[in-house]
Design a protein around this ligand. Structure first.
Ligand code: 5GP
Length: 201
């Protein structure tokens, strides 16, 4: 009997450093895979289909919704994003862990569907001023987009109380350490380690 797997859901306002944190977690921790989402937004330079996202047309996305292929889906910044069900359910069944880098709407849906199999982490920026500074430094968005993302950030942060854990991304190394600690502790929850108890029964 394997240990029970978990779904680590990481959400944050854009610019909080979530993607970098997730990338490092995946590089440094064994036995956790990344759930590749579907999106209707065009690829950014360097992004690979099937690795960063599955890039699909709006029509394909709607068909996937109709076929019930998503664990959750949401419209974010004008595009559709969704987590394919199959990879996540397969991981759980095999006692493996999977990381979902998704928005707050998606996180709420995953919690609803998966209950205690989902662990929700919200990454906070040090302040809204710092978030704005980071968004500008990234230099990938125009002024209107930056303003929109900042407005949206406040709405997203308002959802933070619903999450299981908060990670403040002020000093990157500390934030990464905290994220790893959450994963390591959650892996040892008694209900996930019935495999250990079984050895002694
Ligand atoms: P980006 O376009 O910058 O890669 O992502 C924009 C936002 O969409 C981020 O907050 C990201 O976490 C979120 N996102 C990515 N994939 C999914 C998904 O499958 N479902 C949901 N609900 N959000 C997603």
């Amino acid at each position: 009997m394997p240990r029970r797997g978990l779904v680590l859901v990481v959400s944050a306002p854009s610019g909080a450093g979530k993607t970098t944190l997730c990338r490092h977690l995946l590089q440094e921790v064994r036995d956790i895979t990344f759930s590749v989402s579907c999106t209707t937004r065009p690829p950014r330079p360097g992004e690979r289909d099937g690795v960063d996202y599955y890039f699909v047309s709006p029509e394909e996305f709607q068909q996937m919704i109709a076929r019930g292929e998503f664990l959750e889906w949401a419209q974010v910044h004008g595009n559709f994003y969704g987590t394919p069900k199959r990879q996540v359910l397969e991981s759980l069944k095999q006692g493996r862990d999977i990381l979902l880098d998704i928005d707050v709407q998606g996180a709420a849906q995953v919690q609803e569907v998966l209950g205690q199999d989902a662990v929700l982490v919200f990454v906070l920026p040090p302040s809204l001023e710092e978030l704005e500074r980071r968004l500008r430094k990234r230099n990938t968005e125009d002024e209107l987009t930056i303003r929109r993302r900042l407005d949206q950030a406040q709405g997203e942060i308002a959802q933070a109380p619903k999450f299981d854990y908060l990670v403040l991304n002020d000093k990157f190394k500390e934030a990464l350490q905290e994220l790893k600690s959450i994963l390591f502790a959650e892996r040892q929850r008694t209900f996930r380690r019935q495999d250990l108890l079984a050895k002694f029964s």
